[in-house]
Design a protein around this ligand. Structure first.
Ligand code: HMG
Length: 394
């Protein structure tokens, strides 16, 4: 039975830092950040945005009333959840006004969470073909000011509506996944910043890609030439390129050119947002689908998902007829065009802001954040969210 991506939404906060200016302020050659790492702009979340609001803003524009009725499962992939007990999916379920007869859960495995969500959604659709599943990948990547990881921070969310008879991409059944216990990147519960062994993390990313790709070919009999494009989890855009390069020689010159060209397009959004952890692979897919006219229905797209710690998966999808008609290109073009640049000192000040952890009340000014759904404050240790359009706050 067919199941896959019916719609894709995306949201990034309205503020960003220019990577050249960040490099200058850190006494680093800007080429290191823009070429060596491959990032142009880094999204900066104001206090009024957290993993819940980013995800809700990514989903709010893509859902019609019929979707809201049909969604009976919300799966929220994140490693920046706001509560160790209550799932971020429950907040989003309320903020979007979804059918109450639904499951709402959070899943975690670093940047792999949304991929786990998609595979669970696919299985759910197989059992319940009339239902739809909302899969969210939402995160804020934080390593700390002046750390090696700083240039790979970012913030944003992707929302995927998974259904039978998907209009954008049908997911194929064959997939290869791999787990190994590795301390390449982690965030203990007492820290609001991630720890990373940068060199090891890069090595493991490459090693996991190699493992799942080799096994995928054995399992399916497919070859590089069977792919119109391969999208990667992109902690920064240079890394996916390095992974792609390791397999390019398996293809003819024409295949190599095709895959390199599609790879470049697939990095466009990520290059201007930064790492959004679990949503990164799907932001790359969205960038590819919305920015190229070279793909056609029937094309096979490969996807490499990697979540530190670590779990990797290689899986594929087939583009559907007229898939372009179901994308939100204008909305996303407008989102990028309407962002505001902030200076490095302004970014640093925002980075250091925190919500109280002693139960005291803070009200945030949601009017200075153009997002429809915002964090309005905290009181009695409870986050207060507002959907400005629905005019419902709780
Ligand atoms: P670093 O160690 O400071 O950087 O931080 P570097 O010295 O390795 O340089 C980076 C690249 O810039 C190199 O290119 C340099 O040659 C080049 P490469 O040799 O690798 O091709 N370079 C220049 N290029 C042009 N002009 C110049 C110049 N100078 C240097 N002047 C690192 C890099 C990624 C380690 C750091 O940012 C970091 O620790 N980031 C966080 C961890 C990370 O992103 N790891 C990626 C794999 S793990 C993963 O993907 C999972 C993750 O998303 C989390 C999750 O799963 O939840 C992170």
């Amino acid at each position: 039975m067919k199941a896959g991506i019916d719609k894709i939404g995306f949201y990034a906060p309205h503020l960003y830092v220019d990577m050249t200016k960040l490099a200058e302020s850190r006494n680093v050659d800007p080429d290191k950040f823009t070429i060596g790492i491959g990032q142009e702009k880094m999204a900066v979340p104001p206090m009024t945005q957290d993993a819940v609001t980013l995800a809700a803003n990514a989903a709010v524009d893509i859902l019609e009333d019929s979707d809201k009725e049909a969604i009976d499962f919300v799966i929220f992939g994140t490693e920046t959840g706001v509560d160790s007990s209550k799932s971020a999916a429950v907040y989003v379920h309320e903020l979007l006004g979804l059918n109450p007869y639904a499951r709402a859960i959070e899943v975690k495995q670093a940047c792999y969470g949304a991929t786990a969500g998609i595979q669970m959604a696919k299985a759910h659709i197989a059992m319940n073909p009339d239902s739809k599943v909302l899969v969210l990948g939402s995160d804020i990547a934080r390593y700390g000011l002046s750390t090696p990881g700083e240039a790979t921070q970012g913030a944003g969310a992707v929302a995927l509506l998974i259904s039978a008879d998907p209009r954008v991409m049908a997911l194929e059944d064959e997939s290869v996944y791999f787990t190994a216990d590795i301390m390449d990147f982690w965030r203990p519960v007492y820290s609001d910043k991630a720890f990373a062994d940068g060199k090891l993390s890069n090595e493991q990313y490459m090693a996991f890609f190699s493992r799942v790709w080799e096994q995928y070919k054995v399992k399916t009999g497919l070859a590089l030439s069977d792919f119109a494009a391969i999208c990667y989890h992109l902690p920064y855009t240079k890394l996916g390129y390095k992974a792609l390069k390791t397999v390019l020689e398996e293809g003819t010159e024409e295949v190599q050119e095709r895959l390199l060209a599609s790879y470049n397009v697939s990095t466009g959004y990520n290059r201007n947002v930064g790492n959004i952890y679990t949503g990164s692979l799907y932001l790359s897919l969205l960038s590819l689908l919305e920015q190229t006219d070279k793909l056609v229905a029937g094309d096979r797209i490969g996807m490499f998902s990697y979540g530190s710690g670590a779990v990797g998966e290689f899986f594929t999808g087939i583009l559907q007829s007229n898939y372009q008609d179901y994308l939100n290109i204008d909305r996303h073009t407008e989102l990028f065009a309407s962002r505001s640049e902030i200076s490095v000192p302004e970014y640093e000040a925002i980075f250091e802001e925190t919500l109280p952890t002693d139960g005291s009340t803070v009200k945030l000014d949601v009017e200075i954040d153009p997002a429809r759904i915002c964090l309005a404050g905290i009181a009695d240790d409870k986050r207060q969210y507002v959907n400005k359009v629905k005019s419902v706050s709780y």
